[in-house]
Ligand binder design. Structure first.
Ligand code: UD1
Length: 446
């Protein structure tokens, strides 16, 4: 159960209390997608950069922040609680710690999003202590954060788990650099350690580091603040600790998962979609698989990427998620939606998160033929999907249902779209601009 709920960016978030929480999306399928779409800044990078502001003596100015996202709002609320002044205007955000008002990241703010655990390293490194609620709703206590804790202990922190909270204190003279060997790659643990190491005394070597581009982007942001880091984006990162970090400016990298989602959408629906601000280098694994399925994205002038497709059934191709540079788990649900109406069968293997298949039964409600067994799913492509009322269960699952709705016959209603709003900025507007027939319908799910 704990594993099933351990989807990093998808959390077990309870529905937010404010109005609109239970709105749904109504999609009439069958429209082709045509036009240009600008990819927003990466949520999974911006969330970490925001935490890095805790390390700086001056203001950290971030640009290209997807400020419209619910997760960014949650992180803003958490940082404001700690005493960080956060000013956002459009996609610009300035964060400054004038005076830390709390060392505690409380349950109510943390449970909404797992990315909040990234305040742990910075608080500990700069202020000597941190108390952070264990993330996750009903999975509390079992949701793994062991690698984060192992890493901070290696730098000399005293770490206790009590009453659902992680309590960490640094030795009196501060954290001390060390060699940390991760037994398996964890994005969050690598990032927590990287941030903590910037202010630790001496050298920290992170072996077995995760290689996701968001880590390299975080390192670039930290370097702009005065940190000394080598090797971010590879499996060995070296950090030379410095006494303090200063304010800086950094542009958040484009969201590769959003870009990938648009690529899959275009491949499914047909038409011609131009992606603005997508970093194609980060999408090589997806591009290769899309080509095998019959749709080859092509680079265009000015760094744009064009996805042109007939909307005919794609070929079934097997996918297996893996740490970067492998196929991202955060695109598995979307690719499964594409495979649902492929010509042929395909095996989807999920190696990062067990049971990350909550979208499968919902796709089946739309006529898909999917059989899940353990960490694999066999998707036998059907000629067409049918619109149906479906339930979003997490962030990437919910967008997969939207994609299925775009190609289904008739009307699909995706309930609980607050999940979607955690990670897709202006998704309704973006879809409509491409010609999709989508509207947001207020109301309760009966
Ligand atoms: C991040 C992303 C998430 C993405 C995931 C994998 C954010 C906010 N989220 O999540 O969208 O799906 O990377 O690319 O950036 N694990 C442990 N012990 C730990 C930490 C992790 O066993 O202490 C396990 C996890 O349960 C999982 C695997 O390691 O099976 C990878 O998780 P990790 O890379 O840490 O994911 P997150 O950083 O949480």
């Amino acid at each position: 159960m704990a594993q099933a709920l351990a989807h990093a960016d998808d959390a077990t978030a309870a529905p937010p209390q404010q109005g609109g929480a239970l709105d749904r999306l109504r999609i009439v399928g069958g429209q082709r997608l045509n036009g240009a779409v600008r990819v927003s800044g990466a949520k999974n990078a911006a969330l970490k950069h925001m935490c890095a502001a805790l390390l700086a003596d001056g203001a950290l100015r971030l640009t290209n922040v997807p400020t419209g996202l619910r997760d960014i709002a949650s992180q803003t609320a958490l940082l404001a609680h700690l005493g960080v002044r956060v000013d956002a205007q459009g996609a610009d955000m300035t964060l400054r710690v004038n005076r830390l008002t709390s060392h505690t990241a409380p349950y109510d703010l943390v449970r909404k999003m797992r990315g909040s655990i990234l305040v742990l390293g910075p608080l500990l490194a700069r202020f000597g202590r941190a108390r952070v609620s264990l993330p996750g709703g009903c999975a509390i206590g079992t949701r793994p954060v062991d690698l984060h804790l192992q890493a901070l202990r290696a730098l000399g922190a005293n770490v206790l788990l009590e009453n659902g909270y992680i309590t960490a204190t640094a030795p009196q003279k501060g954290l001390v650099g060390a060699k940390v060997v991760f037994p398996s790659a964890s994005v969050g643990a690598t990032e927590n350690l990287l941030m903590a190491a910037t202010l630790a005394k001496g050298e920290t070597v992170i072996a077995g580091a995760a290689r996701e581009p968001e880590i390299a982007d975080l390192a670039a942001c930290l370097a702009a603040m005065g940190a000394v880091i080598e090797g971010a984006g590879t499996s060995t990162i070296r950090v030379q600790g410095v006494p303090s970090l200063h304010g800086a400016m950094h542009r958040v990298m484009p969201d590769r998962i959003e870009a990938g989602t648009w690529m899959i959408a275009a491949a499914m629906a047909g038409g011609r979609v131009v992606l603005k601000d997508a970093d194609t280098q980060h999408l090589a694994a997806l591009t290769g698989l899309l080509a095998a399925a019959g749709v080859t994205p092509t680079p265009a002038t000015g760094g744009d990427l064009v996805v042109e497709a007939t909307g005919d059934r794609p070929q079934g191709v097997d996918i297996m998620t893996a740490p970067y540079p492998g196929f991202p788990t955060d695109l598995q649900a979307q690719f499964m939606a594409l495979l649902a109406r492929a010509d042929g069968a395909a095996l989807v293997t999920e190696t990062i998160f067990e049971n990350r298949f909550m979208h499968a039964p919902e796709l089946v409600r739309m006529g898909a033929d999917i059989r899940v067994q353990g960490n694999a799913a066999i998707v036998r492509g059907v000629p067409g999907l049918r619109g149906a009322p479906v339930m979003a269960t997490d962030l990437r699952a919910s967008v997969a249902l939207v994609l299925a709705g775009l190609v289904a016959r008739g009307t699909t209603e995706v309930h609980r779209i607050y999940h979607l709003e955690r990670g897709y900025e202006n998704i309704v507007e973006k879809l409509r601009a491409l010609g999709a027939e989508v509207e947001r319908v207020p109301g309760q799910f009966a």
